[in-house]
Design a protein around this ligand. Structure first.
Ligand SMILES: Cc1cc2nc3c(=O)[nH]c(=O)nc-3n(C[C@H](O)[C@H](O)[C@H](O)COP(=O)(O)OP(=O)(O)OC[C@H]3O[C@@H](n4cnc5c(N)ncnc54)[C@H](O)[C@@H]3O)c2cc1C
Length: 417
């Protein structure tokens, strides 16, 4: 069923009884051409583009819980392409272009809102770094604008400009950056993949990967064994655990990232604001809640919930940047498991096992990568060649030390990227 204004009118006049299910609930078959492990944003996007771009439709997405129960349904929904280093630049640029036509492509309203993202700076050194980053973004063909303190005073008057430690001196803005509704992205991709014949199988945990003589043969699941010619691991925070089923030890640490939302208030924050010095960022959802977050919890964990010290740190940073936030009541907080790599950049690559592929290491920035990652990983799985915008996301860079993409300049410190 296609969604359209006419269809809404028709359904509205006939009691809304004709809407069909978004996707089927099939039982797993015993064999597929391709198995995707993980029904998050990246797994669903991979299945969608395998079917759409490559005509490969005998595909199963195996999800241990329900689709969207992982990070893709837990993130703060920021979409941007403001990276500075080769490798990341072209990839995120491609991903942002896919976002810009995703709703038409999926025939689904994912509430993509290009409200602009502003990264604040507070010192001359930070301004210089942002100028370099902005130039790199423009060289890539993306938009970037340096804003003065006076520009910002007009646009975001609620900030504490004269904070003694972090006076706001200006910002780097990408107007094409913004947000999208995370659940809708999951549902739209699932519907699009299902319409093209992909089986989305929920409550089906992969418990083992079958390999014979260096060739993948299929997977063991809680709903029985399934054979396949190709298997993709796309499980974000669980990447190390699932790769270990194939005897691999990944350069990934899993850390918790928390987020917070307040009660709904009248529209107050028109942009996404990032306060890197204080490890704090904020936007306002369409329901009115202030959505904000900060840094990772320090120790590695699979708990999918956060700790109080980081919650306190984020609240302090929020109060330092915009004291008025103290009047809003926090309604909820939650955590997701981030797959942190040593250079903070992702992996889209084949493994040493024939037919086994890996898409991982998205750290805390993988939501905006969803369409780009699905597009490039599908290309790799279908053709066995790297898709150009993602060609630098190789696994062996952590072994050789060559071609690392360390945007933050923090070295091999997983928890700092
Ligand atoms: C609080 C928070 C804020 C964030 N904010 C942003 C942001 O503003 N912008 C941005 O770009 N990114 C953000 N991110 C990061 C982004 O959400 C992740 O990088 C991205 O969602 C990870 O990819 P995914 O969607 O495929 O992961 P997931 O949704 O976690 O998908 C992986 C799936 O694999 C499944 N799985 C695991 N093991 C198995 C198994 N053995 N068998 C079957 N299935 C399995 C899981 O259940 C899960 O559903 C944020 C993350 C968090 C937690």
């Amino acid at each position: 069923m296609r969604f359209s204004a006419l269809e809404i009118l028709k359904q509205g006049l006939t009691g809304n009884k004709g809407w069909t299910q978004h996707w089927r609930d099939p039982a797993p078959k015993s064999n597929y051409d391709v198995i995707i492990i993980g029904g998050g944003g990246h797994g669903l996007a991979t299945a969608y583009y395998l079917a759409k771009n490559h005509g490969i439709t005998n595909v199963a997405v195996l999800e241990k819980g329900y689709i969207g129960s992982g990070n893709v349904g837990r993130n703060t929904t920021i979409v941007r392409a403001n990276y500075g280093l080769p490798g990341n630049s072209e990839f995120y640029s491609h991903s942002l272009k896919l976002w810009e036509s995703l709703e038409q492509d999926l025939n689904y309203n994912v509430m993509h809102s290009q409200r602009g993202i502003i990264n604040l700076f507070h010192s001359d050194g930070q301004r210089d770094a942002f100028v370099r980053r902005g130039n790199a973004m423009r060289n890539q063909g993306d938009d970037a604008e340096l804003l003065s303190r006076d520009d910002l005073r007009k646009m975001v008057p609620y900030l504490n400009f004269d904070n003694a430690r972090f006076p706001v001196r200006g910002g780097l803005m990408q107007r094409r950056g913004g947000t999208a509704r995370h659940d809708a992205v999951v549902w739209g991709l699932a519907r699009g993949a299902d319409q093209r014949g992909v089986d989305i199988i929920q409550n089906c945990e992969v418990t083992g990967i079958d390999i014979e003589n260096g060739v993948v043969k299929g997977v063991q699941t809680t709903r029985g064994p399934i054979t396949a010619k190709k298997v993709g691991i796309v499980v974000a925070g669980r990447s190390s655990q699932v790769a270990a089923m194939a005897g691999m030890r990944l350069p990934i640490e899993s850390h918790i990232l928390q987020a917070f939302v307040t009660e709904g208030i009248k529209p107050a924050i028109d942009h996404v604001i990032s306060f890197g010095m204080g490890h704090f960022y904020i936007s306002q959802s369409d329901k009115g809640g202030l959505v904000f977050g900060g840094d990772l919890d320090f120790y590695a964990s699979y708990a999918q919930r956060g700790n109080l010290p980081m919650a306190e740190h984020v609240m302090e940073a929020g109060m330092a940047l915009m004291p008025a936030i103290g009047k809003a009541k926090v309604l909820r907080s939650w955590g997701g498991i981030m797959d942190m790599t040593p250079d903070g950049s992702p992996i889209i690559d084949k493994t040493h096992i024939n037919g086994l592929y890996l898409d991982a290491g998205w750290c805390y920035g993988g939501f905006k990568a969803v369409p780009g990652s699905g597009y490039s990983f599908a290309h790799l799985m279908a053709t066995d060649t790297h898709h150009e915008p993602a060609a630098k996301f190789r696994l062996d860079r952590f072994k050789t030390g060559r071609s690392l993409m360390d945007e933050e300049g923090t070295g091999s410190q997983h928890n700092l990227h």
